[in-house]
Ligand binder design. Structure first.
Ligand code: BES
Ligand code: MN
Length: 456
């Protein structure tokens, strides 16, 4: 069997930044490297062209009656900047104190390798294992998977399977695992406000026109009520109440608010309705300003009325909020509230639906839940107990993986998500890292799950 840590390092050496058009070579390199690895394990590998980055689709066929597991991952990564904050170069993976550092070590190259290595071990021990496995590895996750729906439309017949297995979420610590039961959805949009047709001298023309920055700040301010709720008509209408077992799980997790505040570097939290920050990020929708600009940004002062101002907004959604409906509500409110002295342009960005899967044995587990999925959950529970020494937590996470809801809606597939990194893994941030102890344990867990599904 190949050395899984070396295999992650090889993948990390390719800068595969999906948002950066100069990363083509890195994208191609990492795809080829993954393709070679999977072909070496006996998979039939296809690079499926899409309008943007190809999807790596690799299958181990067999008897159509065998259980069929789809393993999802993404080979693209976030940009590495700010580079000066890295202790070692982001695309030169380095092991320090039991962690592997580099962009994509956790999100998602290392976490994906957990399952590739597990498959490698399973097939090494049982070359004839009665299980069908399909790897579905995309290159656009970090930019909202724009090609994925089109891909699914074409490939859904080949994705008739039992469930999706993946690691692209977080756990509370390297010693404790979360089985992620839900993800937030997402809606992004850009707002641009134009006032005068050019920048103006703020003395010569000051007090005559509506300043686009003022209009923009007013609009942003209007999106919240004084108590921190999102001030959009109907925004909360479709929010599903949280189940009791979810609140119990969060209680069992018993996170300390002070520690989290320390980690974030804030003295006080700001969550609506006094909910705990841990409940807020999992169970409540949110609206954030991701970037704002306009006017003079340089040193000292410049007496100018800018012509334009912009803000980037995203909302995180919870079940059963509909991203298109929320996008519409937000767009209409912005149009209605924008002062008439300026003009408003709204550029819609990516959308993704929220996702929720109820594990077997809960009061609200769907009666028609796939028996193979139920077996996978129970195998995961046992394997985690056995390998990590404690039962997993069944919790939603705050992040988004939009294609998980697409796979449910278009191919009927639910997902078993094992968090193989933690808050300290610095996803999307400098010094991203993979805890190697957790990585090795994760491989054993995944191997046990796959063996159980294969009936071995
Ligand atoms: N792996 C993350 C999502 C994640 C992180 C889920 C932690 C749960 C816990 C993923 O790669 C990611 O960052 N997704 C983006 C999606 C967006 C670009 C549409 C996100 O959540 O911002
Ligand atoms: Mn990811």
């Amino acid at each position: 069997m190949f050395d899984p840590v070396e295999a992650v390092k090889e993948l990390v050496r390719f800068p595969s930044i999906s948002t950066d058009s100069s990363s083509e070579e890195g994208m191609e390199g990492v795809r080829q490297s993954l393709g070679t690895l999977l072909a070496g394990l006996g998979f039939e590998v296809e690079m499926v062209e899409t309008p943007l980055h190809p999807v790596l689709f690799a299958t181990r066929g067999g008897d159509p009656d065998w259980p069929h597991v789809i393993i999802y991952g993404h080979y693209d990564v976030q940009p590495a900047d700010p580079l000066e904050l890295w202790c070692s170069p982001p695309f030169e993976p380095e092991v320090r104190d039991g962690y592997l550092f580099g962009r994509g070590t956790a999100d998602n190259k290392g976490s994906l390798m957990v399952h590739i290595a597990a498959v490698g071990r399973l097939l090494e021990k049982n070359p004839d294992a009665p299980i069908r496995i399909t790897f579905l590895i995309e290159g656009e996750e970090e930019i909202g998977s724009p090609s994925f729906e089109g891909f699914l439309e074409r490939y859904k017949d080949r994705l008739e399977g039992d469930f999706v297995l993946l690691s692209d979420t977080q756990s509370p610590s390297p010693e404790e695992v979360t089985i992620t039961t839900g993800l937030r959805g997402i809606v992004c949009l850009d707002v641009e406000i134009t006032g005068p047709k050019m920048d103006l001298h703020s003395g010569v023309h000051g007090g005559v026109v509506m300043n686009p920055i003022q209009a923009l700040c007013g609009l942003c301010h209007s999106l919240f009520t004084p108590d921190g709720r999102i001030n959009l008509p109907g925004f909360y209408d479709d929010v599903l109440p949280v189940f009791d077992w979810e609140r119990d799980e969060l209680e069992r997790l018993g996170l300390a608010e002070e520690e989290y505040a320390d980690f974030l570097g804030v003295d006080k939290f700001h969550s609506p309705e006094d909910s705990s920050p841990f409940a807020a990020l999992r169970f409540h929708p949110s609206l954030e300003f991701n970037g704002i600009g306009g006017g003079y940004q340089g040193e000292g002062s410049k007496t100018v009325i800018p012509s334009k101002a912009f803000v980037k907004i995203s909302c995180r959604l919870v079940p059963d909020q509909n991203p298109l409906k929320i996008q519409e509500i937000l767009t209409e409110a912005l149009k209605e509230r924008c002062p008439t002295e300026v003009s408003l342009k709204i550029i819609p960005g990516h959308c993704g639906a929220p996702y929720l899967v109820v594990p077997p044995g809960k009061p609200n587990t769907p009666a028609d839940q796939s028996p193979v999925l139920a077996r996978a959950f129970s195998a995961a529970d046992h394997a985690i107990m056995n390998v990590f020494g404690s039962s997993p937590y069944y919790l939603r996470e705050g992040g988004s993986i939009p294609i998980i809801a697409d796979l449910k809606r278009m191919a009927g597939l639910d997902s078993l998500m094992l968090g193989m990194c933690t808050q300290e893994s610095n996803l999307h941030a400098p010094n991203e890292n993979l805890h190697l102890g957790m990585f090795h344990k994760g491989i054993s867990v995944s191997e046990k799950i796959l063996s159980a599904i294969a009936g071995l």
